[in-house]
Design a binder for this molecule. Structure first.
Ligand SMILES: Cc1cc2nc3c(=O)[nH]c(=O)nc-3n(C[C@H](O)[C@H](O)[C@H](O)COP(=O)(O)O)c2cc1C
Ligand code: SF4
Ligand code: SF4
Length: 418
């Protein structure tokens, strides 16, 4: 059995799988049920002055046979009284002392309010707080959420309010609705953040009903932009985690969030630099029970790799993601498509894609059993392999022309010649 336990800035948990702040972590009933099922931690649904939610509040995108490929919500923070939330948090922590219980907070920018709330959270025995600087709708209109996360100065300042006079570890949850995630990340660290979590949801309009012309979700004839999450957002979360993992100015632990629904998704986040992960949409979709295959899968994977502790894989792929300038140039190293005739079903999707959206280097003819790639013209863009419906039918083969040079090295060489 591999050691799955984690410690994120002093917050320890039996495994790296935590529930993200949201509808799943709204009550003690839910969080205790989740811990009984095997989740390692939970970030409580954001606590603050209670709000009034709208109905309906969720919309989703299906893709092919897949339901809820992307989910969008206009739900606000907790609509329950602060006292009820804090009482239940204390109850959960008493029953589950080994599990990570983190309290998500959102308050106006008033230092005294932060001081008071941090002390009240400390009294519950919770392991830490997470500052929700990411909610893109509803709370923005009240001066909280991603309007804070989008302005590095505010991010730094309010993190400092939470850190002042408190011994609890503070995780700052970042919004992806920025041009460069490193700016709010650095600001949070500057303000004293002990860890960063990302991503919160992405601004989106989910769709419009073609019959009624109403946006989705529709609330009494109107809609609003809302937060996007679920499997569709994973690449964005992965990128942002890797960007912070590679930033020398951000030397705090990271918690990865966004589109995680399997142990494989989680491993990708861990490899790119996250020390733990949080899950929302997948557990809303399939229930708390998905944790069993997640922990089992992670354990088997670590055993197969001969890795004793989950923390040993953290960040192992991060330094493989870098500037384009450091990639090997294609004139010296080339990938070329090769069609395996024995697998080809002759659908010609690759021919059409390459002719219209590629580089016109696939030939077909009535007498040919399968299309053929003219290797000398193939630029190795991958498009034909991506559209081919038969697994393994188009292989991208590496052709090494013997010269190893990146754009950066090329520029340096040309400069030295001049
Ligand atoms: C309905 C709903 C409500 C959410 N409420 C909160 C919240 O109160 N606080 C918060 O920090 N994030 C909230 N989130 C964002 C999630 O915690 C998470 O960052 C996001 O959904 C991405 O993860 P996922 O792709 O696993 O869903 C909410 C998400 C959804 C879908
Ligand atoms: S999931 Fe539950 S709360 Fe939501 S609409 Fe269906 S029945 Fe209602
Ligand atoms: S897309 Fe694949 S299966 Fe279809 S013709 Fe091309 S190689 Fe053959």
């Amino acid at each position: 059995m591999a050691d799955l336990s984690v410690n994120v800035a002093g917050i320890s948990a039996p495994n790296p799988f935590w529930l993200a702040s949201g509808p799943l972590t709204n009550t003690a009933y839910q969080v205790m049920k989740a811990f009984d099922e095997g989740w390692g931690g939970a970030v409580w649904k954001t606590v603050g002055e209670p709000v009034i939610n709208v109905s309906s509040r969720l919309a989703s995108i299906d893709y092919g046979n897949r339901r809820m490929m992307g989910l969008n919500n206009v739900e606000l923070i907790s609509d329950r009284p602060i006292e009820d939330n804090l009482r239940e948090i204390a109850e959960v922590k008493r029953r589950f002392p080994e599990h990570a219980v983190v309290v998500s907070l959102m308050l106006p920018s008033i230092p005294e309010m932060w001081k008071d709330m941090m002390h009240r959270v400390e009294d519950t025995g919770a392991d830490g707080v997470e500052l929700n600087f990411g909610c893109p709708h509803g709370m923005n209109e009240r001066g909280m959420g991603s309007v804070i996360g989008q302005v590095p100065e505010y991010t730094e300042q309010i993190t400092a309010y939470a850190k002042a006079d408190s011994r609890l570890p503070v995780i700052v949850k970042l919004t992806p609705n920025v041009t460069d995630i490193r700016n709010p990340g650095r600001a949070a660290v500057q303000g004293g953040a002990d860890a960063l979590s990302l991503i919160n949801t992405i601004n989106s309009v989910m769709g419009v009903d073609l019959d009624t012309w109403l946006p989705r979700p529709q609330i009494d004839g109107r809609g609003s932009h809302g937060g996007y999450c679920g499997p569709a957002v994973k690449p964005i979360g992965l990128y942002m985690v890797s960007a912070l993992a590679n930033d020398r100015k951000v030397k705090v632990p990271l918690v990865g969030i966004g589109g995680i629904e399997s142990w494989q998704d989680a491993v990708e986040y861990l490899l790119l630099g996250a020390q733990a992960v949080q899950v929302c949409t997948a557990a809303m979709h399939y229930g708390f029970r998905i944790i069993r295959s997640m922990t089992e899968g992670l354990n088997d994977y670590l055993n197969a790799k001969g890795v004793a502790r989950v923390e040993d894989i953290v960040g192992r792929s991060a330094n493989k993601v870098g500037d384009w300038n450091d990639l090997r140039l294609s004139y010296s190293y080339k990938v070329v498509a090769k069609i395996h005739e024995d697998k080809c079903i002759g659908c010609n999707l690759c021919y059409v894609a390459c002719d219209d959206g590629g580089h016109q280097c696939i030939d077909k003819g009535p007498e040919m059993k399968s299309p053929v790639v003219r290797e000398e013209d193939c630029v190795g863009c991958n498009l034909c392999a991506l559209v081919c419906p038969v697994p393994g039918c188009i292989e991208m083969q590496e052709h090494d022309l013997g010269i190893v040079e990146t754009w950066r090295q090329r520029q340096d060489r040309l400069t030295s010649l001049s």
